[in-house]
Design a protein around this ligand. Structure first.
Ligand code: MN
Ligand code: MN
Length: 299
C-alpha cells in the first residue's frame, strides 16, 4: 500500500489541539508583523513580592477575555499585524537577562517593528532602552527607581531609572506617578536631571495639566515603560512593590493615547499574578490594547 495523501505523522492535528499560549489577537508571522510582543518571565531581583515571572502568560490569559473589536479606536485588533514570539528563556543572572532583552529589542526595532515587552520586573527595561538612545522615555512608576545599586546589583529593579539616565542623559526621562523616593535617591547629584511627576500633582491637577507642566520634548520618539505599581493598588493590586495613593488607570490610558503615535517601544512590568484578583491582569492586557489601538487610530 502506498502512503499517498497520508501525512507522515500526526503533528498537524496535534497542533490544532495544543499550542503555546499567545496573545489572542496575534495572528501574524514575525515577517508580516508591525507589533512584536514577547514575555520576559524574570523576577530574580524583586525585593518584596515575587511572582512577576508568571505575568506574561497571566496577561495572555486575561487578554482572551477582551473584545477584538474596539469602536472607540475604530480597529479590529485581529486585523492589525501583531505577532507574539512567546517568552524569552531566562537565566538567573540579571545582567545576562538584561543583555538578552537588549539584543531581542535591537533585532525587532532593527526590522522596523515595535517591541512590546511583558515583564517580568522592571530591571529588564534597562536592556531595551539601550537601543533607543535618541528617544525620550516616559515611565509610569510609584518609585523613583534611581538607586545606583541595590542589594549588591546595578541590575536590580530599583535601579532602572538610573540605568536609563546613563543611556539617555539629562531632561530625557519623565516618570509619572512618583510617591516613593529614598533619601539616597533624593540626594543623588543627578536626581533633578530626571523629571519626576508626583502622583499627588496628577491627582490634584489632572493628567493633562501634569503633562503640560512636564514639558516633554515635542518631536522625539518615545519609549514607554509601565511599572504597574504606578497606578493605585485599588486598580492594580497585584504588583511586586505596592504603594498607596497612586494615579488612576485612566491617567495612564490618557498618557498612552496622547503619545502613542510617537512610541517606538512599550513595556508592561512588575505585575505579580500571585496577588491578583484578576483585575491587574486584565488591566495590563487592556493597556497593551490601548497602545496598539490608539496608535492605529485613523485621526
Ligand atoms: Mn519600577
Ligand atoms: Mn515601582
Amino acid at each position: 500500500m502506498g502512503s499517498n495523501g497520508r501525512q507522515k505523522d500526526n503533528a498537524g492535528e496535534l497542533s490544532s489541539y495544543i499550542s503555546l499560549r499567545k496573545i489572542a489577537d496575534a495572528h501574524y508571522s514575525y515577517e508580516d508583523s508591525k507589533y512584536v510582543i514577547f514575555g520576559v518571565p524574570f523576577d530574580q531581583t524583586s525585593s518584596f513580592r515575587k511572582g512577576s515571572s508568571l505575568a506574561p502568560d497571566a496577561v495572555r490569559i486575561a487578554y482572551d477575555n477582551l473584545e477584538s473589536f474596539d469602536a472607540y479606536y475604530g480597529v479590529d485588533f485581529g486585523e492589525i499585524p501583531i505577532c507574539d514570539l512567546g517568552n524569552l528563556s531566562v537565566s538567573e543572572d540579571p545582567e545576562e537577562v538584561v543583555d538578552s532583552v537588549q539584543r531581542i529589542t535591537e533585532l525587532i526595532s532593527g526590522d522596523d517593528k515595535i517591541p512590546i515587552m511583558i515583564g517580568g520586573e522592571h530591571s529588564i527595561t534597562g536592556g531595551a532602552i539601550r537601543n533607543f538612545k535618541n528617544s525620550t522615555m516616559i515611565i509610569i512608576d510609584a518609585h523613583s527607581d534611581f538607586r545606583d545599586e541595590y542589594m549588591g546589583s546595578k541590575f536590580n529593579h530599583a535601579c532602572i531609572t538610573h540605568r536609563a539616565f546613563e543611556v539617555l542623559g539629562e531632561g530625557k526621562i519623565f516618570s509619572f506617578g512618583t510617591r516613593s523616593i529614598s533619601r539616597e535617591e533624593f540626594e543623588d547629584k543627578d536626581f533633578s536631571k530626571v523629571k519626576f511627576i508626583r502622583a499627588e500633582e496628577i491627582l490634584r491637577n489632572g493628567i493633562n495639566s501634569a503633562v503640560e507642566n512636564a514639558k516633554i520634548p515635542s518631536n522625539s520618539s518615545i519609549y514607554f515603560s509601565i511599572d504597574m505599581d504606578g497606578m493605585d493598588p485599588s486598580y492594580a493590586p497585584a504588583v511586586g512593590t505596592p504603594e498607596p495613593y497612586g494615579i488612576r488607570d485612566t491617567d495612564v490610558r490618557a498618557l498612552i493615547r496622547k503619545f502613542s503615535k510617537r512610541i517606538v517601544g512599550f513595556d508592561v512590568l512588575e505585575f505579580s499574578p500571585v496577588y491578583d484578583n484578576g483585575n491587574t491582569a486584565v488591566l495590563a492586557a487592556k493597556l497593551i490594547q490601548d497602545f496598539i489601538g490608539s496608535r492605529e487610530m485613523k485621526n
